[in-house]
Every structure is written in structure tokens, then in C-alpha cells.
Write a new protein. Structure first.
Length: 134
């Protein structure tokens, strides 16, 4: 029973964390204007216009990645039956793999790739894990 509950924790954490991430990414065009003529739903348009992103556009992306990971990690920690910290790191690692793939596919500046990959995923799981242990 514990194994099924742990599997469900990871699956539900990934799904809900992804929904939060995508919702916040979609807000990028609403809260902060996207570059003129950019279609955020078209990968070619994203690749062609990433160089025109402002610092605020990148901030929204970073927040989306962080909060998506945070949501997934917390849910996995709440639902998991055992080894909660491992479940949290599984979620963070999965989201980090998504972040790595986006850095490879989109021409993001080096500084953003570093900040995003270094601080939006694994450190979130570590901080939540530290909080849960207390």
C-alpha cells in the first residue's frame, strides 16, 4: 500500500506542479507584455523572439518554474507514505529535466539558464524538506 501511495504522490505532484507551472507561464503575456508578434504557443516563435525578452519576462518564467516545483514537492510530501524527502527530490529532478530541455531548445541567455537550473528546482525541494523535518 505504501508503494502505491508513493507512486500516486509522485504522479499527482508532477501533474499539479505542471499545471501550476504552465498557468504561471501563460500569465507571462498577461502580466508582462511579450515581444511584439510573439506567439507563446509556437516553439518557432519562442525561439525567434527569446532575445527580446525583458528581465521581467524571465522573472515570470523563473517564478513559474519555482512555484511549479514547490507545488509538486509539497503535494508529494503530503501524499507520500514514506521516504517523503526522496519523493520530493524525484519531483524536483523531473522538473529540472524539463528545465534543461527548455534551455537546450530555446536560446536563453547563459545567466538565466544558470539561475533557473541552479535555484528553481533542487533548492526548492531542499528548502521544503528542511521545513518538513522541523
Amino acid at each position: 500500500m505504501k508503494i502505491l501511495r508513493n507512486i500516486a504522490a509522485v504522479v499527482i505532484g508532477l501533474v499539479i506542479g505542471s499545471i501550476v507551472n504552465m498557468y504561471l507561464i501563460k500569465l507571462n503575456g498577461t502580466l508582462v507584455p511579450l515581444p511584439e508578434g510573439m506567439d507563446p504557443n509556437d516553439m518557432d516563435s519562442l525561439q525567434a523572439n527569446m532575445g527580446q525578452f525583458t528581465l521581467l519576462n524571465y522573472l515570470v518564467v523563473f517564478v513559474a518554474h519555482s512555484f511549479g516545483t514547490l507545488t509538486g514537492v509539497v503535494i508529494a510530501g503530503l501524499i507520500g507514505a514514506s521516504n517523503k524527502l526522496i519523493l520530493m527530490y524525484i519531483i524536483a529532478f523531473a522538473f529540472m529535466l524539463g528545465g534543461i530541455s527548455m534551455v537546450i531548445m530555446l536560446p536563453t541567455p547563459i545567466w538565466f539558464a544558470f539561475v533557473d537550473l541552479a535555484f528553481a528546482y533542487i533548492p526548492v525541494a531542499w528548502l521544503v524538506g528542511k521545513t518538513v523535518k522541523k
